[in-house]
Design a protein around this ligand. Structure first.
Ligand SMILES: NC(=O)c1ccc[n+]([C@@H]2O[C@H](COP(=O)([O-])OP(=O)(O)OC[C@H]3O[C@@H](n4cnc5c(N)ncnc54)[C@H](OP(=O)(O)O)[C@@H]3O)[C@@H](O)[C@H]2O)c1
Length: 287
């Protein structure tokens, strides 16, 4: 497994996104989710992305964090180098919607609850899930700064942000912004300015829904012919080509494909070993 850095911490170049194991459509059997997380660890994945909001009803807040904690505790191998990256700032009232609370008080309480569910004294990477129009961005990021200063979190990141917000967060955190998590995939490339800024600033960029999202990931090849054509030539899946293309785009990209089956995360993890030639990157870049 190839490695990359979030701040000073080495993680696998491909992470595991936990969302499909906990929101609507999640596997009925918890065992399948545990096997998926174990398959990721077996494949050398040491970054797992989650959020307190990856759950369904109000009665199972933090479902995904609890699942990951359970899987890590049950794993036979060494998990000391695994970074669990969680988030706060979104709420799910139970009607399928995603609401926001970016107030410092909420973020600090949410972080305490995540610490408990993950069973750790300090969270590896804590990300502010999405700017809340009702709360000044500086106040929300100020809560992350306090959590860093108090040792509750080891690294801080922001998600769903624009270039001005990245610069502002870096300023408020005194140069300690470790990561940015925005949507980026073959179908959705409008986060390119944020990706380019992260490359320039040396901040890790974690593309979310890198395969097009839970309902669309299977159609990546049929919807993006150049990815399918290259996949056929290389004898791999179009999804693997998409992840390898991202890795080739910038040294700071760490895709976090979601998975709820061992087969899919194994296939995605193998993208770290798929080296694309520059003409192959250009071919799909133009797609
Ligand atoms: N910050 C944010 O606002 C935000 C928003 C959305 C997502 N995220 C994070 O980003 C992660 C990834 O996004 P996502 O889960 O929405 O979408 P995604 O990664 O684009 O797609 C996930 C789906 O892809 C399928 N898949 C994975 N690897 C595959 C492969 N090699 N071949 C074929 N299918 C494959 C999985 O199927 P199976 O389920 O059948 O395994 C899964 O349901 C999430 O899990 C979450 O951690 C963050």
């Amino acid at each position: 497994m190839q490695h990359r850095r979030i701040g000073e911490t080495e993680v696998s170049a491909i992470g595991l996104g936990g969302m499909p194991m906990s929101i609507e459509g999640r596997p009925e059997s918890e065992d399948r989710s545990l096997r998926t997380i174990h398959a990721a660890l077996d494949a050398g994945i040491t970054l797992i992305d989650t959020a307190d909001a990856y759950h369904m009803g109000p009665d199972d807040v933090g479902h995904n964090e609890s699942l990951i904690a359970k899987a890590l505790a049950a794993y036979a191998g060494d998990t000391s180098d695994v970074v669990v990256a969680t988030k706060g700032g979104h709420l799910r009232p139970g009607d399928g919607s995603w609401t926001l609370d970016g107030s410092p008080q909420h973020l600090k309480e949410a972080c305490e609850a995540s610490l408990k569910r993950l069973g750790v004294e300090s969270i590896g990477l804590y990300q502010f899930h999405r700017p809340d129009p009702e709360v000044p961005f500086a106040d929300s990021v100020g809560a992350l700064r306090d959590l860093l200063d108090d040792g509750k979190i080891r690294m801080a990141g922001v998600s769903n942000v624009n270039v001005d917000q990245i610069r502002e967060a870096q300023d408020i955190l005194g140069g300690r912004l470790a990561s940015v998590q925005n949507e980026y995939s073959p179908a959705f490339r409008s986060s390119r300015p944020e990706l380019d800024l992260c490359t320039e600033m040396g901040i890790a960029f974690l593309p979310w829904s890198p395969l097009g999202g839970i309902g669309s990931a299977g159609d990546l090849g049929s919807e993006h012919a150049p990815f399918k054509d290259l996949a056929d030539v290389r004898g791999v899946s179009p999804q693997q080509v998409a992840l390898a293309w991202m890795l080739a785009t910038s040294p700071i990209i760490i895709p976090i494909p979601g998975s709820s089956r061992p087969e899919t995360i194994r296939d995605s993890a193998a993208a770290a070993d798929l080296q694309l030639a520059s003409d192959e990157v250009a071919q799909v870049d133009a797609a």
